[in-house]
Design a protein around this ligand. Structure first.
Ligand SMILES: *Cc1c(COP(=O)(O)O)cnc(C)c1O
Length: 380
C-alpha cells in the first residue's frame, strides 16, 4: 500500500496552513482507535510536555492545554477565561489579529481598551505604560507577536515587562511565530502564549494549544465562567485529573503532530529558524529585484511574512497572478490591511530556498502573462 505516491507536493506561501512533509501527511493514516483507549491517552503527556519545551518553559511552572479547533480558539479561550470579575483587558493593537482579540472582548461583553497603533509601526511603549498607569483595573494585557496581516514583529518582552510592572497578566498570540522564531516564555515575560498545529509545527489544522502559567490557571478557577467549551480552567482541570482532553480530540491530527514534533526536534530550533530566515530572505530579494515595495520596514519585520504592495500597473490583477501560480503548484495570499492593497508571501512550512527560486520563475511568468511591466512601477 503506497498511499502517498499520488499526493503532489505544493508550495504554500500563505500564512498557514503550511506545506507539510510526506511523513507528517502519512502519520495521519492509522488504524481506527477510540481516543479513550489507554494507548491513545498515553500519547498526550509527551505531546503536552513537548509543546512547553518548544518555548523553553519549566514544566513545573508552565503547562499546555489542548483544544480541538483552529488557532483563533486559543485567543477566545485565554481572553474569556483569564479575566477576573470587574477587571479590564488591554489589547495592544497594530493589526488584524489583535483586532480579533478586541472582537472577542466585544462578543463576551468584557470591559476592554483597544489601544490602537498604525499597522506599519511597532506600538509606542510610552503610550502603553501611560494607559496601564491610568487604568489600574487592567488585569490582562494581550498582543500579537508577529502580526500575520502585515508581518510586523511586536516587542513582546518589553510589553510583557510593562504588564508585569502593573500587575497584569500578559498573553501573546504567538500563532505565527511558535516553533519558528525562537521564544523563551520566561525571558519574554509571557504568561500565556498559543499556537495551532498547522503553522510552525507544520502539521494540520484541528489541534490548538495554549501554553501558560499553571498558577494563574489555578487562580482562574474562581473567575466568571463565560464559555463552556472554551474555558481554560475546565480543560486544564480535566487534563490534570484524567490526562485527556475533555471532549473528543482530533485523533488523526494528533498523530500527525507527534510526527511533526519528532521532525521539529530532529531539525532543531536554531536550524529551523535559519531555514525560515533563508526562505524569508529569498522572498525579499525576489520582491526587491522585481521592484515591489513592502508595507513593513526591513528592521521591523518578524522574518516570516512579507507584505508587498500592489504595483500601479493597469494590468496587475492579484487574482490572475494567483491563479497562474496556483495552477503551477504555488499558493500566494491576499493581504489583510483595510487601507492598502497588498499580497503576502510567507516563509512558513517545510520549504527551502530552492522552492522560492522556483516560485519566482513562475511569478515572473505570471506577471509577463498579465502584461505587467517589471521592474514594477509605483506612481509616487
Ligand atoms: C493563523 C493565525 C491565527 C489563527 O487563525 P485560524 O484561522 O483560527 O487558525 C491566530 N493568530 C495569528 C497571529 C495567526 O497567524
Amino acid at each position: 500500500m503506497n498511499l502517498m505516491k499520488s499526493v503532489k507536493r505544493k508550495v504554500l506561501l500563505n500564512p498557514g496552513p503550511s506545506t507539510t512533509t510526506d511523513t507528517v501527511k502519512r502519520a495521519q493514516v492509522v488504524p481506527d482507535i477510540c481516543p479513550r483507549e489507554k494507548e491513545f491517552a498515553g500519547l498526550m503527556k509527551g505531546l503536552r510536555e513537548d509543546l512547553v519545551r518548544i518555548v523553553h518553559g519549566d514544566l513545573e511552572k508552565y503547562t499546555s492545554v489542548l483544544f480541538c479547533g483552529s488557532g483563533t480558539m486559543n485567543i477566545d479561550v485565554v481572553i474569556n477565561s483569564i479575566l477576573p470579575e470587574g477587571k479590564k483587558v488591554l489589547v495592544v493593537n497594530n493589526g488584524a489579529y489583535s483586532t480579533r482579540a478586541v472582537e472577542i472582548c466585544q462578543y463576551y461583553h468584557l470591559p476592554y481598551i483597544d489601544l490602537h497603533f498604525p499597522v506599519d509601526m511597532p506600538p509606542d511603549l510610552v503610550e502603553v505604560e501611560k494607559v496601564l498607569q491610568e487604568n489600574p483595573d487592567i488585569a490582562l494585557v494581550h498582543t500579537t507577536h508577529n502580526e500575520t496581516g502585515t508581518g510586523i514583529l511586536n516587542p513582546i518582552r518589553e510589553i510583557g515587562a510593562l504588564a508585569h510592572k502593573y500587575e497584569a497578566v500578559f498573553s501573546v498570540d504567538t500563532t505565527s511565530t511558535y516553533a519558528m522564531r525562537p521564544i523563551d516564555i520566561e525571558k519574554d515575560n509571557i504568561d500565556f502564549c498559543m499556537a495551532s498545529a498547522q503553522k510552525g509545527l507544520m502539521a494540520f489544522t484541528g489541534l490548538s494549544y495554549v501554553i501558560g502559567n499553571r498558577e494563574i490557571i489555578e487562580k482562574s478557577k474562581d473567575y466568571p465562567k463565560r464559555s463552556y467549551y472554551c474555558n481554560l480552567y475546565l480543560q486544564y482541570d480535566y487534563f490534570k485529573r484524567t490526562g485527556e482532553m475533555h471532549f473528543t480530540p482530533p485523533v488523526q491530527t494528533i498523530y500527525a503532530t507527534l510526527q511533526a514534533l519528532k521532525e521539529y526536534w530532529a531539525e532543531g530550533e536554531a536550524a529551523k529558524w535559519a531555514r525560515h530566515t533563508r526562505v524569508f530572505n529569498a522572498i525579499n530579494n525576489g520582491l526587491d529585484k522585481m521592484g515591489f515595495r513592502q508595507v513593513i520596514k526591513p528592521e521591523w519585520r518578524a522574518g516570516l511574512v512579507s507584505s508587498a504592495i500592489y504595483p500601479d500597473d493597469p494590468n496587475w490583477s492579484f487574482e490572475k497572478v494567483h491563479d497562474y501560480c496556483y495552477e503551477r503548484g504555488f499558493t500566494i495570499y491576499p493581504g489583510k490591511i483595510s487601507t492598502s492593497n497588498t499580497f503576502r508571501l510567507c516563509a512558513l512550512g517545510a520549504i527551502d530556498e530552492n522552492d522560492i527560486k522556483d516560485f519566482f520563475v513562475i511569478f515572473k511568468e505570471a506577471l509577463a502573462a498579465c502584461g505587467v511591466i517589471t521592474p514594477v512601477k509605483y506612481r509616487d
